[in-house]
Design a protein around this ligand. Structure first.
Ligand code: MG
Length: 299
């Protein structure tokens, strides 16, 4: 199931895409019309319920389809404001660094790190698909893109063994780990250079894990103005998703709605000769097989 978050008439809502239509089901309005008890009121409450949430949504859509006027529960994409699938994470966005060997090499290291490399981005970086993003020209001359597969955590957990890691995954989306390279290196830690407003667009959808049986079998492509810059496959990750969850949850309690960015392939602007950073007016598109394409223009 593809689930999106959106704003309509001032309310933050969520729902699945309507099949064969450019529209979304407003599942909260279906639950309200039919007096369905205990339906999650926020996307975070929903992802915490895991695949039961997906089943609840399916049943609500069936009810709507059987309604005399199903259209009253739909909103055309042209009538909504898209939000990131998780509009606000419960903690900083967790990010894996140098998780594709060729990218580790282009950033000036010979080998990817032996131990998982983790940094975070502020939740205020979160932006939506199709949202225009600031190019921050007054603060940086080296804004860069990093197309990445993002994992949405479902239930709360710590000390999660690798073998159970996927029980804690709700689904996947696409992220762009926008980075000011000069600020990333100027301050010792990555945090400031990774946390500019708009530096974590995500979307368009969460694709639930039942539709992606193997998240390490997906092509990932990033284009800047239709010029292919990154073109790899999620099988190239050094640390796989189950190991990332095992290591992170050893030290940090994972919570529903946490997002983990799994690292970027080679081909970032800094790795080019000469470097080619994002300029005002550029459009960056990140496509992942089975999920879709995340598109943002820089203004
Ligand atoms: Mg990254």
């Amino acid at each position: 199931m593809k689930i999106l978050s959106f704003r309509f008439e001032g309310k933050t809502l969520f729902g699945p895409k309507v099949k064969r239509e450019e529209a979304v089901w407003n599942v909260l309005s279906i639950a309200e019309a039919y007096d369905v008890p205990n339906f999650p009121q926020t996307i975070i409450e929903g992802v915490a319920a895991g695949l039961d949430f997906v089943e609840q949504i399916r049943q609500l859509v069936e009810r709507a389809l059987a309604d005399d006027n199903p259209n009253r529960f739909k909103h055309a994409f042209t009538d909504i404001e898209w939000l990131a699938p998780i509009p606000r994470t419960p903690k900083n966005i967790l990010c894996v660094g140098k998780n594709y060997a060729e990218h580790a090499a282009e950033m000036g290291g010979d080998l990817p790190p032996e131990k998982l490399m983790i940094f975070t981005k502020s939740p205020t970086t979160i932006a939506a698909d199709q949202e225009d993003l600031p190019s921050h020209e007054e603060k940086t001359d080296s804004l860069d893109y990093e197309g990445e597969l993002a994992v949405i955590i479902s239930k709360k957990g710590r000390n999660i063994p690798k073998q159970l890691a996927y029980d804690y995954v709700f689904g996947y989306t696409i992220a762009n780990d926008i980075t000011a390279r000069d600020i990333q290196t100027a301050h010792g830690q990555f945090f400031l250079g990774k946390s500019f407003d708009g530096a974590c667009p995500m979307g368009p959808y969460i694709v639930t894990k039942d539709e992606i049986p193997n998240a390490h079998n997906l092509s990932i492509v990033t284009k800047v103005n239709d010029d292919v810059r990154q073109n790899d496959h999620t099988s190239s990750m050094v640390f796989k998703i189950d190991e990332i969850i095992e290591v992170v949850s050893r030290y940090v309690t994972l919570e529903p709605g946490d997002v983990v960015l799994t690292g970027t392939p080679a081909g970032v602007g800094k790795g080019m000769n000469p470097p080619a950073f994002i300029k005002k007016g550029d459009t960056v598109k990140v496509s992942i097989e089975g999920i879709g394409t995340l598109v943002n223009r820089f203004v």
